[in-house]
Design a protein. Structure first.
Length: 282
């Protein structure tokens, strides 16, 4: 999501009790998010066997749409602002919002697959990395750093911490590995809406931004580049790529702040969220 999108949708939710414009959910709401998140994660588990050299991203998306329907859910992305696919599939130097097409995967391609489903009105939003064929060493390192940065960001989620603490945990780790964090896109609030406050930046300073409170739901989804952080959006108005054509990777979880920490709604039921799951499971 772009850095500014959540601010625009805030006007649609006037009258809801919030802190800093962020909705505080009730205890029972966690069950709805857990159920929706599990379905989205299951779909990403099940799509792994369909990622291989020679496969088209359109076929992967078709299979995802079939699974969304078969699980009794609805795709949040089909029809969203004119988008017509059940997933975003971003290959190599595509940072996010890659559009499925007839293009086929090549050996060594890395790709992020992003899926959001709606179950009983709740949104389950998650993405992870895949590799077609043999994983190149430099891509493996990028993927590992991105995965670990996400998990460090999640470790910073607990009442009393701030959104700046999350961003700092991610940014400092990524930059210590001489990689860069994308600034043009961010995580977002969600629940019974797809995008809502807050903007969850993947960079920042400790102690800054809104204070985390029990009941806040949002995504953390760092995009990390091997090169510089700058991006550009192509003429299709969706696909964002690295300006320097360097490789990019992304992982995303939907989370909720609990009384003493964090609930990850989109954990992989099969334990295959790990970046090298195609070779070894978590």
């Amino acid at each position: 999501m772009s850095v500014f999108e959540a601010d625009r949708v805030n006007e649609k939710h006037k009258g809801i009790v919030t802190r800093d414009g962020i909705r505080i959910h009730e205890t029972v709401d966690y069950q709805g998010m857990q159920a929706a998140g599990r379905v989205a994660a299951e779909i990403l588990d099940e799509i792994a066997e369909h990622v291989f050299p020679g496969q088209s991203t359109a076929e992967i998306d078709r299979i995802i749409e079939e699974k969304v329907i078969a699980k009794g859910t609805k795709s949040a992305t089909i029809g969203y602002k004119g988008y017509q696919h059940a997933s975003c599939i971003s290959i190599n130097h595509v940072v996010c919002h890659g559009i499925p097409s007839a293009k086929t995967l090549k050996d060594g391609d890395i790709l992020n697959i992003d899926v959001t489903v709606i179950l009983d009105g709740w949104y389950g939003d998650t993405s992870r990395m895949y590799v077609a064929g043999k994983l190149p060493r430099k891509a493996e390192r990028l993927i590992q750093v991105t995965h670990d940065a996400l998990m460090l960001g999640i470790e910073a989620v607990k009442p009393g911490n701030t959104f700046g603490d999350i961003g700092y945990a991610i940014q400092s780790y990524v930059e210590s590995h001489r990689m860069s964090v994308v600034r043009d896109f961010c995580g977002h609030g969600l629940g019974r809406v797809f995008h809502a406050p807050p903007n969850v930046l993947h960079y920042g300073r400790p102690g800054t931004g809104p204070v985390l409170e029990e009941g806040m739901f949002f995504t953390i989804e760092p995009m990390v580049n091997l090169g510089r952080p700058e991006t550009k959006v192509l003429a299709d108005e969706w696909t964002a790529v690295t300006r320097d054509k360097s490789l990019s990777a992304q992982f995303e979880h939907s989370v909720g702040v609990t009384a003493d920490g964090v609930d990850i709604f989109t954990l992989s039921p099969a334990g295959t969220f790990h970046p090298t799951y195609t070779q070894t499971a978590e």
